[in-house]
Design a protein around this ligand. Structure first.
Ligand code: UTP
Length: 289
């Protein structure tokens, strides 16, 4: 079954990137000239997703504005004959059928995904974390959709991370299947050192079957007194198994100040309008480092 629906949780508080996230949603932080969440929507669309639900909350209205028409601006561009820019803006509006639902309390990633229950219905769906931008030629969520189709069970995007980071993220119990595919039958969120299964963590992408909602409705709150998506995925891993895909793509954590800078440098170095100037600037300042 082709996966057509995606959920983008974007209702977190973004405390790691304060003060900017006090008034600007971290998902709207720019990577050169586009907000982070636009790269994520574009990834989903490139993978064949047609319907997207963005989970927002108070103060995140700029996300909705970004994917909507701005008549005054558009007619101004038209009058000035700036048709290329106008087309760019119209293309954003036409990217996908995007809907929104508000998470009324910041109850954790699991709670955010549960807000998508009626949108998802009874079909498998993709989840793209709103602060994880992953760039590459082959959209990562498409790599996971293919794994879902091949193995007929939920799939998560995984990468090996450092000993320090695995304790901040999650740890997967993996058995190699073939190529970059792993079978996962257990996992833990933010493990203590002695609880680590492996250095494979889930990073920002998954394709889930709708059984996850029943689990999310029954499990207790986990780490940080939040409903953890990893805790629900653990139940699915224990009962049905999950495919881990060691994905191909470069990930930028936009919920983290260093991740924002890495994304801006890498995208800037490839951006047709500024790459030459940026290259020259980096070479110049590198001499003084
Ligand atoms: P994070 O845990 O990285 O987001 O969630 P956070 O809570 O904003 O992070 P801090 O405060 O800097 O530690 C990953 C994704 O899930 C969304 C976030 O917006 C982010 O895109 N999220 C998180 C929700 O939608 N709702 C929540 O209750 C928590």
């Amino acid at each position: 079954m082709k996966i057509k629906k995606a959920v983008i949780p974007a209702a977190g508080l973004g405390t790691r990137v304060l003060p900017i996230s006090k008034t600007i949603p971290k998902e709207m932080i720019p990577i050169v000239d586009k907000p982070a969440i636009q790269y994520i929507v574009e990834e989903a669309v490139a993978a064949g997703i047609t319907d997207i639900l963005i989970i927002t909350n108070r103060g995140k209205g700029s996300i909705e504005d970004h994917f909507d028409h701005c008549v005054e601006l558009e007619s101004n561009l038209e009058k000035k004959g700036k048709f290329e820019t106008l087309k760019q803006l119209n293309d954003i509006v036409g990217l996908a059928n995007i809907q929104y639902v508000r998470q009324k309390e910041t109850g954790g990633l699991g709670h955010a995904v549960l807000c998508a229950k009626s949108f998802v219905g009874d079909e498998p769906f993709a989840v793209l974390y709103g602060d994880d931008v992953i760039l590459g030629d082959d959209p990562v969520i498409g790599q996971l959709c293919r794994a879902y189709e091949e193995f007929g069970r939920s799939a998560v995007g995984i990468k090996q991370v450092s000993d320090e980071d695995v304790q901040k993220y999650s740890s997967m119990k993996t058995a190699h299947i073939k190529h970059n595919y792993y079978f996962i039958d257990d996992m833990i969120e933010k493990p203590k050192k002695e609880q680590i299964f492996s250095n494979y963590s889930i990073l920002g992408r998954c394709v889930l079957n709708p059984n996850i909602f029943k689990v999310l409705e029954t499990i207790p709150k986990g780490v940080g007194d939040e409903l953890q998506l990893t805790d629900a995925m653990k139940v699915i891993a224990n009962t049905e198994g999950i495919t881990g895909v060691d994905f191909i793509g470069k990930r930028y954590d936009i919920g983290n100040k260093f991740g924002i800078m890495q994304a801006n440098i890498d995208v800037g170095l490839r951006h047709p309008e500024i790459s030459e100037d940026l290259k020259a600037y980096i070479k110049q300042i590198a001499k003084q480092l």
